[in-house]
Ligand binder design. Structure first.
Ligand SMILES: Cc1cc2nc3c(=O)[nH]c(=O)nc-3n(C[C@H](O)[C@H](O)[C@H](O)COP(=O)(O)OP(=O)(O)OC[C@H]3O[C@@H](n4cnc5c(N)ncnc54)[C@H](O)[C@@H]3O)c2cc1C
Ligand code: SF4
Length: 519
């Protein structure tokens, strides 16, 4: 235990005290009581909570700290700097489906839309059915409340919604569907719609500017640009990790790094944690490491309005509808950088140019699907830490998605769209009359007809009280090892139904409490 419980003074910059690539000379060798790998939502919460309870904590992160003045709106450059494989990572299977993971201090919380949603209680019944968990929403409510208070989670105010979000709201209301402002972890959001490339306004309470500084204030040591390559163990006991120092952005490999610890928490994310375990030949007995990968595939329809709506103005995602959540469908407003959306525009030559010219009239609305019948697998690529990702998008889930697209099309028309761009192979590129859009419901849609993307990923080190049915128990501890924990979305026993970050953080808060109780 760290005897220095007194807090250090508030830093002047949120990344003050973070150790960086420039600080390292030669081999890195350190010891600590608790070592946390990964500074995203799962890892940063554990590091802060344990440091504040007096433990000697080291937090390791492969990515560098990126300050708000370093963010760029240029999408290609931002993706190259902040995302794994430059943002081109994809799952292979019934379709090639892009899936993005960040490599930066703060992980996915730096580039996500800051949506914070508590899953409804029936989600945990589904978890119980799949792996026998007994965890309930009531068990997690105090943890949700603590995380929400730390991050200042609140509904998106009307002033920063912008016309794009307000049209979605109008569409849902006209159909009699429930619709609510999204709760987000932001403070003073200006509605600039740039969440994906990093918040230049410093409004987003990503973990690098919230939990990580709090962890440092409580005495935690935070090392960035350190890539863990192997977890070291002897029998049932983990002794630490080894890896390399990597240059920011180029990820060029430099010196060796070795950290010894009494307890290790892997929070490298749903793709990286199973790869680390496989490379380290750990936790293999149950057969679930890397298996049972679950996604929320998402599809968008662009609504085109007669009048310009300046869609870049307004919170990135400001309204959603949970009306069909129990059926596995969630509807949201969406925004992403212009070059990314431009890839979704139909047509060639002049036709394409015309669509681009009407860019200020467009609003993308999306549907995400719980996809409970689809699953995949993550395996370590030989000689690499990048995952080989396979995914089977089950036809029953594709059919459900088609139903969702039918509802999404209704929302577009009810919001006042004069045309829609469905973005599906085999359908017209532009539909100008509502009655013609019925084809979305009748078309025999296959997975390969869609341009789905999936940024919510889970279950690759799933939780179960049974060592036969899961990798970790309900406290996050690996069944096969006495002092190895996992705290990222990989431990979900099934879909979170809603956006996963807040659930990941509430579980992390609970895991920290359990670790503290046993140390
Ligand atoms: C574009 C986008 C938008 C999203 N929007 C939302 C949203 O609005 N709301 C929501 O709930 N969810 C959203 N998500 C999903 C959410 O961001 C993730 O579910 C969440 O970040 C997962 O947290 P994590 O801690 O499990 O993993 P991560 O956030 O991936 O963090 C893992 C960290 O570990 C580091 N790491 C990995 N391997 C190593 C290694 N070997 N050594 C050292 N460090 C390593 C990574 O660099 C990373 O920083 C979005 C995701 C994306 C991509
Ligand atoms: S919408 Fe703009 S100001 Fe608001 S959190 Fe996102 S990037 Fe920051």
């Amino acid at each position: 235990m760290n005897s220095k419980l007194a807090m250090l003074p508030l830093p002047s910059s949120p990344h003050e005290g973070v150790k960086r690539f420039e600080d390292y000379r030669g081999e890195l060798r350190e010891r600590c009581e608790v070592l946390v790998v990964g500074s995203g939502p799962g890892g940063a919460v554990v590091a802060k909570e344990l440091a504040e309870r007096g433990h000697d904590v080291i937090l390791l992160e492969e990515g560098p700290p990126v300050g708000r003045r370093e963010f760029t709106q240029e999408a290609g450059e931002a993706m190259q700097r902040l995302l794994r494989e430059g943002g081109s990572r994809a799952a292979r299977g019934t379709l090639a489906m892009p899936t993005m993971q960040a490599v930066v201090l703060g992980g996915g919380s730096v580039i996500n839309s800051a949506i914070c949603a508590r899953p409804p209680s029936w989600i945990f019944d589904k978890w119980a059915d799949r792996t026998g968990t007994s965890l309930t929403r009531a068990d997690l409510d105090p943890h949700f409340a603590r995380v929400e208070a730390q991050l200042g989670v609140a509904p998106t105010p009307e002033e920063v919604q912008g016309e794009r979000n307000l049209r979605f709201k109008r569409g849902c209301e006209a159909l009699g569907m429930s619709v609510e402002p999204i709760w987000r972890n932001v403070r003073g959001c200006k509605g600039s719609g740039e969440c994906f490339t990093g918040c230049r306004n410093g409004a987003k309470r990503s973990t690098d500017v919230s939990y990580v500084p709090a962890a440092i204030r409580a005495g935690a040591r935070v090392y960035t640009s350190v890539r863990v390559e192997r977890v070291l163990a002897s029998g049932r006991t983990v002794t630490g990790v080894e890896g390399r120092v990597v240059e920011p952005f180029t990820r060029k490999v430099h010196g060796q790094a070795r950290f010894e610890a009494e307890l290790v928490v892997l929070a490298a994310g749903c793709m990286a944690t199973p790869v680390l375990l496989q490379r380290s030949e750990l936790c293999g007995d149950c057969g679930w490491v890397g298996r049972d990968l679950r996604f929320h595939p998402g599809l968008a329809i662009m609504a085109m309005f007669e009048d310009p709506i300046d869609p870049w103005k307004g919170a990135t995602q400001g309204y959603h509808s949970l009306e069909h959540l129990e059926r596995g469908l969630k509807f949201e407003v969406l925004w992403s950088p212009p070059p990314v959306l431009a890839t979704r525009m139909p047509g060639l030559g002049h036709a394409y140019q015309e669509q681009l010219l009407r860019y200020d009239h467009l609003a993308p609305f999306d549907v995400i699907c719980a996809a409970d019948r689809s699953s995949g697998e993550v395996r370590a690529k030989p000689g690499s830490l990048d995952p080989d990702i396979r995914y089977h998008f089950d036809q029953r889930d594709v059919d459900l998605m088609r139903e969702g697209l039918g509802i999404l099309s209704d929302i577009c028309w009810a919001s006042g769209a004069e045309a829609i761009l469905p973005g599906l192979h085999g359908l017209p590129e532009v539909i100008r009359r509502r009655e013609d859009a019925e084809v979305i419901r009748t078309h025999a849609l296959r997975a390969s007809d869609t341009i789905a993307a999936a940024n919510h990923a889970f279950c690759t080190t799933r939780m179960s009280p049974s060592a036969r049915l899961g990798v970790v128990d309900e406290t996050g501890r690996c069944h096969d090892l006495d002092n190895l924990y996992i705290s990222d979305t990989g431990i979900f026993a099934a879909s979170s139904g809603v956006n996963p970050m807040l659930l990941c953080m509430a579980l992390a808060d609970r895991i920290a409490e359990k670790i503290h109780a046993r140390l």
